[in-house]
Structure formats: structure tokens, C-alpha cells
Design a protein around this ligand. Structure first.
Ligand code: ZN
Ligand code: ZN
Length: 150
């Protein structure tokens, strides 16, 4: 999907799910890492993370578009557009937008987690950062940990 197709999709989703036009710009932003989308208060534009589409597919990506359009329409109408606002919660429920963003790491990035196993109880532990196995022990049984190769 390119930028033009994204713009068209967001415009169509707005008309279909909100019966209101989307009159600003929708862009794929490669700098978004963990969020699926973002509404820019100043410009009213929407940024999207292409990874949602690549990892989870069209259905989930549409739900992210709906989520961001909830921020968009409520903000422009001067209503409660924040996650905690009841206007937002109600509109999100009515339109079927996603409530939270799933894990957006690629399978490769998930693999790069450091894995450890307890030698005593065999519990497996994964950490983003390397653990000093000489000092760090199993949280369940205080047993010694060994690194597991991926
Ligand atoms: Zn949001
Ligand atoms: Zn253990």
C-alpha cells in the first residue's frame, strides 16, 4: 500500500464508519515504532505505522484507522478526544476501533530477546537486555540461570 492508497483508505473508512469526511492528510510514518497510529493535534493529520498492516493484516489495520479517526473527529468537534474521555470510549465502541496496539515487533526482533532457563525448576525467562547470570537468579526458586541460544 502506498501513500495515495492509504489516504484513500482513511477517507473511505471515515465515510463508511463515521458518515463524515476526513479532510486532512494520512501518512505512513516510518519513525513510529510501538504505536500503530497517531493523531496530530496541531495539523489534524494522521500518521500510521505500516507494521500493523505487515504483521497483522488489513482487518487490524482498519481498526487502527478507526481508532485514530475517533481522536480526529472528536477533537475537531470540540468533544472529549482523549483515551480517558467517555466521548472517546463510546465512539470507539460504536465504530469498532482497536483499543490498544498489539506487539509491533517483527518476528526477528522478538527472537532477539535474551532467553534464560533456570537449572533447578526449568522456568524460562526472557529479557530485553542481557542478564548477568552470575548474579541474577530465578524469581520462582532462586535457582541458577543459564542462557539459551535461539
Ligand atoms: Zn489513541
Ligand atoms: Zn527456578
Amino acid at each position: 500500500m502506498n501513500q495515495i492508497e492509504l489516504q484513500r483508505l482513511v477517507e473511505e473508512t471515515s465515510l463508511t464508519n463515521f458518515s463524515k469526511p476526513f479532510l486532512h492528510k494520512a501518512t505512513f510514518n516510518a519513525r513510529l515504532k510501538t504505536t500503530g497510529g497517531r493523531y496530530l493535534l496541531k495539523t489534524h493529520d494522521l500518521d500510521f505505522n505500516k507494521r500493523v498492516l505487515e504483521i497483522y493484516g488489513m482487518t487490524d489495520f482498519t481498526k487502527v484507522i478507526i481508532h485514530e479517526l475517533c481522536h480526529y473527529h472528536l477533537h475537531l468537534e470540540g468533544r472529549g478526544y482523549r483515551h480517558r474521555d467517555s466521548d472517546f470510549k463510546n465512539l470507539l465502541a460504536a465504530t469498532g476501533g482497536s483499543r490498544y496496539v498489539k506487539d509491533l515487533r517483527t518476528p526477528e526482533e522478538r527472537q532477539s530477546l535474551h532467553q534464560y532457563r533456570c537449572v533447578k525448576c526449568a522456568a524460562e525467562i526472557s529479557r530485553k537486555n542481557k542478564v548477568n547470570v552470575a548474579r541474577y537468579v530465578c524469581g520462582k526458586c532462586r535457582g541458577r540461570l543459564i542462557a539459551i541460544e535461539n
